[in-house]
Design a protein around this ligand. Structure first.
Ligand code: SF4
Ligand code: SF4
Length: 399
């Protein structure tokens, strides 16, 4: 499905403006085969012995190596954390579909033949958020379906050939859920141990998104559960009012900074949508480059957001900060685990535990004016904590 700029619906253009999205006439929907993780299976510019060993390490095939954070225990914990997500993503792989990653999660329950009696869309939206939190979501927002963020194609994972990525018609609302990563594990990035924070949330989100979708189908409405598949979640999370896009390529949320993953559900249940909120986080980013400086392979941009980026993994036609995805993933492959230094060092990642942390946040998001943001940027360097060594993380869990 093509999506010419001149056919973007008015209500989406209004929320684009509120979200600060700038989209040019040469915008093109993104083909998921160009996602850097997918390219590692077909594009010789990305594929290497290191990328093969990276994926093998998730099956405990790589020998643990010297180095704190990369022992057998570290890999064992990380890979156990991924288990539930892996079970879901592997169950249809023989049919070319990696559910939750390269294809939406298949319905596990039918749609009830009778529709439940509903209240107003506002009341149902509030109740739906409470139900999502009951199942374990940490953040929930609702926004309009927007075909621009949907992959133009997805790969058949048996052949990596393009296959259609269409959803059923009429799923007009998107429930976006945030899943907070464990703060103590995140402090040990980069390490295989820290990768347990990523895997744990993928496993959590697989369970939560499937349960919330089943609840909606039990009410007589359609619901497609989705993780990284089907559509880019970042613009949806921003439009749902959950956060703002940061220099480190992640959504910065007021509650957890970038220390959060997102899932989504496409539904035809009538639910009121959330408004985009100015949160002050992106404004802070504009004068900060802590993540770009800390990146070991300099994959993050300095300077202002711009159109385009390096290589086919960059999206065309959206003004934003764009990483060098090949450099970033090349580093992950060498590590045999996800890196996320740029998440760890972000001053919004640290939990706000005391009065000074809360004062810093108020300054950082501009509640006390532009001068406050400048003070917060200077203060951030002194607040920064050094990386926690993985062996210290393990030691803290023993008597
Ligand atoms: S480290 Fe600074 S520039 Fe990077 S995402 Fe966080 S606030 Fe933004
Ligand atoms: S994940 Fe690591 S390599 Fe990739 S951009 Fe962030 S700091 Fe750089």
């Amino acid at each position: 499905m093509s999506y010419p700029a001149n056919r973007t619906p008015e209500h989406l253009l209004a929320s684009d403006q509120a979200a600060g999205f700038e989209i040019s006439d040469d915008f093109e929907r993104f083909d998921q085969r160009n996602d850097i993780f997918t390219r590692a299976f077909w594009d010789e510019r990305v594929t290497s012995n290191d990328t093969d060993a990276f994926f093998a390490s998730y099956r405990m095939e790589a020998a643990p190596r010297r180095g704190d954070g990369f022992t057998q225990k570290d890999f064992a914990l990380r890979n156990a954390a991924w288990l539930i997500s892996d079970i879901v993503s592997e169950r249809s792989a023989a049919e070319g579909l990696r559910e939750g990653f390269q294809g939406a999660i298949r319905d596990d329950t039918p749609v009830a033949p009778d529709k439940a009696e509903l209240g107003t869309p506002e009341a149902e939206a509030a109740e739906m958020k409470a139900i999502a939190k009951l199942f374990g979501a940490d953040l929930v927002g609702i926004t309009d379906f927007d075909a621009r963020w949907h992959y133009s194609a997805r790969p058949d994972v048996r052949t990596m050939e393009a296959v259609p990525n269409d959803l059923p018609e009429g799923l007009g609302q998107v429930i976006v859920m945030g899943h907070a990563m464990d703060a103590d594990l995140v402090e040990t990035y980069p390490s295989a141990l820290a990768g347990a924070a990523t895997g744990r949330e993928y496993s959590h989100e697989a369970a939560i998104v499937m349960q919330v979708a089943a609840y909606i189908r039990n009410l007589g409405y359609r619901a497609v559960a989705s993780m990284n598949d089907t559509a880019l979640v970042i613009p949806y999370a921003v439009k749902a009012g959950l956060g703002e896009y940061g220099r480190n390529q992640m959504v910065l949320t007021p509650e957890y900074g970038p220390r959060v993953r997102f899932s989504k559900i496409f539904t035809d249940m009538p639910l009121a949508v959330d408004a985009v909120k100015p949160l002050g986080l992106k404004d802070y980013c504009e004068g900060c480059d802590v993540c770009a400086v800390a990146c070991p392979v300099k994959a993050l941009p300095f300077g202002a957001p711009a159109f385009g980026g390096k290589g086919p993994s960059a999206i065309n036609g959206v003004k934003k900060w764009t990483s060098d995805a090949e450099a970033c993933f090349g580093y992950w492959a060498k590590l045999r685990s996800d890196c996320a230094i740029c998440m760890r060092v972000c001053p919004f990642t640290m939990p706000r535990r005391g009065v000074l942390d809360r004062l810093w946040y108020r300054l950082a998001v501009g509640e006390l004016g532009g001068w406050g943001r400048k003070v917060a940027r200077r203060w951030a360097g002194r607040r920064a904590r050094a990386r926690v060594k993985p062996r210290e993380w393990w030691a803290a869990r023993r008597p």
